[in-house]
Write a protein that binds this ligand. Structure first.
Ligand code: ADP
Ligand code: ZN
Length: 514
């Protein structure tokens, strides 16, 4: 059977080799063994179910969360001559009837649907009387409340295992955090599923995370390094998108000849599509976008991705920055962040009634930005994998580009001592206040203004103290535990008190010392 898939790979898509894990993942489908495939964005997940679907008897049902994504995929498949269709609310009654007839005639190999449509009693009934070969659950992290994109409709997919005992279920996601991974398998009721996890490192990407210091200028510098090359600039809000695109065209247009177009949900469909196509066809160099841009976009030669504001989770960062360098050539990812971005996101999230998991994801992103750990290592480990290299040679930390304090050990000792003096029973905010010598009522109440560490960092200020605490946590000298994130010293933290260790702390910027 696998030979047949190899042939389909070549004949339909023109590919003569499998990407890592594609073959294993495809074998699960052919063997009807339930599976979860975790590959980073661009890893080639779609072909893991599309190609075997053409070789199996019956029709594969693909669950996808977004109508736009569905349509793009089906269009692409039809363009390759594959019998694929979708069923969704944008269709007229006639179109729906036509698709249903083709399914009954056994003409369709891949049917795309959103979960709410699939799970309607009528659809389930209809599918049960037709031959479903397997279910492919795309963007499967949507089923997990631990993930960054929870969609309650996905929860109902659990019934598929019961209603279709002879069809296997295969899930696909780019979110590899181990708790999410296990939750997906459990929520789908996949017992004994094969879990395949790909390599998350993208060695051809150079990562830089810069504290915001004249954002637009920082963005222009990156663009200026890539004249005539394709790049994406992500902004948090539509307004920022417009402002940035205009600025690039005004300033950049003269300096680098780069032409920018905007992309966000506020533009009408036609405009959005046309801007996206212009980017794909190299008619513009830069696309300035909100997170709305990118799902299903596959442009191999994107040479840089700039985040002009902090993304709202590490998962988003991985996906968005991952759109650079799909062709495997060296590419640059620059993230510009400020404490204000966290506040902006929290405001947006509160409007949307967001949960604690979303806030935790946001905090994890902010911590990663402020940390002084190899970016490749931090990203890979966040996604639950080990990173073996000591120095990646391709991130701001390993390249020594960060502005570090001269005597980090002494500075760390001040912070660690403070945590100890407080009995290791307080969180970061409180500790930063004590170190900065805050007159806060609570500090007084606990008698912490009497500690010898009170005010030790009065010159540097509370924001800097807070930043260094985060950096010590990221480097494992401090631990944050329990519901209240209380700080305590790790084993390496205790050794650091005896000057044994190699912490790295960044110099405060003018902004953080205020
Ligand atoms: P994902 O869904 O994991 O983000 P896609 O399935 O969209 O990734 O694949 C990304 C790109 O890689 C697509 O253009 C796809 O056609 C291409 N691709 C997938 N598998 C292969 C392969 N074995 N060889 C070459 N290109 C591939
Ligand atoms: Zn590195």
């Amino acid at each position: 059977m696998i030979q047949q898939v190899t042939k389909v790979f070549r004949d339909v898509w023109g590919y003569d080799q499998f990407r890592p894990l594609q073959e294993d993942s495809i074998r699960c489908v052919l063997d009807k063994q339930d599976s979860l495939t975790v590959l980073p964005t661009g890893g080639g997940k779609s072909l893991c179910f599309q190609a075997p679907a053409l070789c199996c008897d019956g029709m594969a049902v693909v669950v996808s969360p977004l109508i736009s994504l569905m349509k793009d995929q089906v269009d692409a498949l039809q363009a390759c001559g594959v019998a694929a269709e979708f069923a969704n609310s944008t269709q007229t009654a006639d179109e729906k009837r036509r698709v249903a007839e083709r399914i009954r005639a056994g003409e369709i190999k891949l049917l795309y649907m959103a979960p709410e449509r699939l799970l309607s009693p009528r659809t389930l009934d209809f599918l049960q009387s037709n031959h479903v070969s397997f279910f492919a659950i795309d963007e499967a992290h949507c089923i997990s409340a631990w993930g960054h994109d929870f969609r309650p409709e996905y929860r109902g997919l659990r019934t598929l295992k019961e209603l279709f005992p002879s069809a296997s279920v295969h899930a696909y996601t780019a979110t590899a955090a181990e708790d999410v991974r296990n939750d997906i398998a459990q929520q789908l009721g996949l017992s004994g599923a094969k879990i395949l996890v790909g390599d998350f490192d993208r060695p051809n990407l150079n990562y830089r995370m810069l504290r915001s210091d004249g954002r637009l200028q920082q963005v222009m510098e990156v663009i200026g390094r890539h004249p005539g090359e394709s790049g994406i600039v992500y902004c948090i809000s539509r307004k920022e998108v417009e402002r940035t695109a205009n600025a690039i065209n005004a300033v950049g247009g003269r300096a680098t000849g780069s032409r920018a177009l905007a992309y966000h949900a506020g533009l009408d469909d036609h405009q959005r599509k046309s801007n996206q196509n212009a980017f794909i066809k190299d008619e513009c160099d830069v696309i300035v976008a909100t997170v709305a841009f990118g799902m299903g976009i596959d442009k191999p030669d994107v040479r840089y991705v700039v985040h002009a504001g902090m993304p709202k989770s590490i998962e988003h960062y991985q996906q968005e920055s991952g759109r650079a360098g799909r062709d495997g050539l060296e590419s640059e990812c620059v993230l510009i962040y400020s404490g204000g971005d966290v506040v902006t996101w929290k405001r947006i999230m509160e409007g949307g009634g967001s949960n604690n998991a979303a806030i935790a994801s946001l905090d994890a992103m902010a911590n990663l930005c402020g940390s002084v750990v190899c970016r490749h290592k931090a990203l890979v480990e966040y996604f639950g994998q080990k990173y073996e290299h000591q120095n990646c040679g391709s991130c701001d930390v390993c390249l020594g580009e960060l502005d570090l304090v001269d005597d980090p050990i002494t500075l760390s000792q001040k912070i660690l001592s403070c945590v100890i003096r407080q009995g290791e029973r307080f969180g970061s905010a409180h500790t930063a206040k004590v170190l900065a010598g805050s007159k806060d009522q609570r500090i007084h109440q606990f008698g912490h203004d009497k500690l010898s560490t009170y005010g030790l960092l009065a010159d540097e200020g509370q924001a800097s103290a807070r930043m260094w605490i985060d950096q010590l946590v990221a480097q494992g000298y401090l631990l944050r535990s329990g519901e209240y994130h209380l700080l305590s010293l790790s084993e390496t933290g205790r050794r650091l008190l005896k000057r044994d260790g190699d912490p790295k702390l960044t110099k405060p910027t003018s902004k953080s010392s205020r």
